[in-house]
Write a protein that binds this ligand. Structure first.
Ligand code: FMN
Length: 192
């Protein structure tokens, strides 16, 4: 028997990211965990949900771009910091060593093992948040987190965000192979 919880969002954990923008001519970084994959194919689109009160949104709208970097567990303090203070009253441009790619207005973080620079393609308006959808123009990854030229999440050690416990969690062990572990059941249900 399940307890009815009302419209509680139980879609956690989500990936903790750091979104890079340029606001009022200055790089700004903010922790963003409400991220989504919008179009898995070509082009690749991802979304970020940003509260209207935040400073970051201004830069995204001005430059029509943003970056999304994935911090590892080692960057937990800095990640939390850029999620605690606003660029409105604190200069966060010197928290990280920054690099730029091909997209203006999308500064990225050397210390994050994976970064994506995005061009804004669409904005979806909600009462409290704006969901910015961006096309991934380029992805940058440290050699150390690659296995066979692909980003290896076991090496990235991302920070998982949970709203219920208000904690960062780490990735556990792999469970099984996708599009594979269910094959036996598929066969059984077909009756062999
Ligand atoms: C782990 C974590 C995740 C967060 N995720 C989001 C998010 O998805 N959307 C959002 O609007 N704010 C989120 N925040 C809050 C912003 O990062 C925070 O308000 C920040 O100070 C905004 O900075 P800015 O005003 O410079 O843009 C998160 C904070 C933390 C610590």
């Amino acid at each position: 028997m399940k307890r009815k919880l009302g419209p509680a969002n139980a879609l956690y954990p989500s990936l903790t990211t750091i979104v890079g923008t340029v606001v009022d001519g200055r790089p700004n970084f903010s922790a963003i965990a409400h991220v989504g994959i919008m179009n898995h194919g070509q082009p690749q689109y991802i979304s970020i949900g940003v509260n209207r009160a935040h400073y970051s949104g201004r830069g995204i709208k001005e430059h029509k771009s943003f970056s999304v970097c994935v911090p590892s567990e080692a960057l937990v303090r800095e990640t939390d910091y850029v999620g605690l203070v606003s660029g409105k009253n604190t200069d966060k441009s010197d928290v990280f060593e920054i690099f730029n790619g091909d997209v203006p207005g999308a500064p990225m973080i050397e210390g994050c093992p994976v970064c994506m620079e995005c061009r804004l393609t669409q904005t979806v308006d909600f009462p409290a948040h704006e969901v910015f959808i961006g096309e991934i123009v380029n992805t940058y990854a440290d050699e150390a987190v690659l296995t066979d030229e692909r980003v290896d999440i076991g090496k990235v050690r991302p920070l998982l965000f949970d709203m219920a416990s208000v904690k960062y969690w780490s990735l556990g062990k792999e469970v099984a192979s996708c599009w594979s572990v269910g094959k036996g059941l598929k066969k059984e249900r077909r009756g062999g």
